[in-house]
Design a protein around this ligand. Structure first.
Ligand code: NCD
Length: 333
């Protein structure tokens, strides 16, 4: 009698979890430059995939979904979280990386190579490029030259779309919803690209926004006008005390020293806010404190032990969101 055939079972079967194909994604082969590319359907799709990635990582650590694909990480500005989480994301999906993250001074950029030539070179080796650059609009310029997808990991004071997606995902996972929440953003609202991208994403939801900053670091007027036009309940203040009691989310940011032309002005505002355990006593029991990091004094280390401090969980979510985005862009979703 023939023995029953034994089949090798895959360690992790994505088909068990994959959402119905009708959800689609529309991201395959596309650049990720701005959050304006993400409507609610796309956001829901990325979030669903990120949850699968989290479950996969918890269960087996890594899979071969992106085996044979290569990601080039091109960072013209410092990075810890964004670059490491993209690299970890690619590694956990079985892909390879070209890491130009420790300063482009070690690449031919220091010999005077143009962005166009660097991009056209990397696309000979890679299937997707993640790029951070100090100039607003640089990601779009790179995308115009590249025949492969460009993912914007921050373009000057412009946007940081993947950070905004992981921020929004964190709010959803921590508080179970987005609609109906009061979200306060604190710090450098003028230069902080994470604030710009998150604000634009939140404009699609039924939220109240509170912007807390020193006068010279207020949200840019064009963005503020868009927020007002969206019909969202919005207010500005200089004082955290005005928002702390009602906030469901306190999104704290660093003053972006590198964007100041006048360092005297930076010194004047850099220590404007510090979230302390005393301030947290006034906050709701069910709320979260977020920060895109790095922090340079805006949140006291004593706050880290507070369960409402969500910033390291937020950091971890970055890897799942970037796994979801890489899989989608590379057509393996
Ligand atoms: C942010 C950035 O680079 O815009 N960092 C990050 O990606 N998490 C925020 C910052 O540098 O302050």
């Amino acid at each position: 009698m023939l023995r029953e055939e034994t089949k090798l079972q895959p360690l992790f079967n994505f088909d068990e979890l994959t959402p119905p194909p009708s959800m689609g994604n529309g991201l395959t082969g596309k650049d990720v430059i701005s959050v304006s590319q993400f409507n609610k359907d796309k956001i829901d799709y990325v979030f669903a995939r990120a949850r699968e990635m989290r479950e996969m990582v918890d269960r087996v650590g890594a899979v071969d979904l992106l085996k044979g694909f290569v990601l080039a990480c091109l960072f013209y500005e410092p990075s810890t979280r964004t670059s490491s989480s993209f690299i970890a994301a690619m590694e956990r999906l079985g892909g390879g990386i070209i890491p130009i993250t420790q300063g482009v001074q070690f690449s031919s950029v220091s010999k005077g190579e143009t962005l166009a030539d660097t991009i056209r070179t990397l696309e000979q080796y890679a299937d997707v490029i993640v790029m951070r650059h100090p100039e607003l609009g640089a990601a779009q310029v790179a995308a115009d030259y590249a025949g492969i997808p460009i993912i914007n990991a921050g373009d000057g004071t412009g946007e940081h779309p993947t950070q905004a997606l992981l921020d929004l995902f964190t709010i959803q996972e921590e508080l179970g919803r987005i609609d109906g929440l009061k979200i306060a953003m604190v710090g450098d609202l003028r230069y902080g690209r994470t604030v710009h991208s998150l604000t634009r994403l939140l404009m699609q939801y039924d939220v109240s926004l509170r912007f807390v900053s020193p006068e010279i670091l207020r949200l840019p007027l064009t963005l503020m006008n868009d927020v007002i036009d969206s019909g969202i309940n919005v207010r500005e203040t200089h004082d955290v005390a005005d928002v702390i009691e009602n906030a469901d989310v306190l999104y704290v940011t660093r003053v972006q020293k590198e964007r100041f032309t006048d360092l005297v002005q930076y010194e004047e505002v850099k220590d404007h806010y510090e979230i302390t355990t005393e301030i947290m006593e006034k906050a709701k029991q069910k709320m979260i404190v977020m920060h895109p990091f790095p922090r340079v004094g805006e949140i006291h280390y004593n706050v880290d032990a507070d369960p409402r401090a969500a910033y390291f969980r937020q950091t971890k979510n970055g890897m799942y969101i970037r796994m979801a985005l890489l899989a989608a862009v590379l057509g393996r979703a």
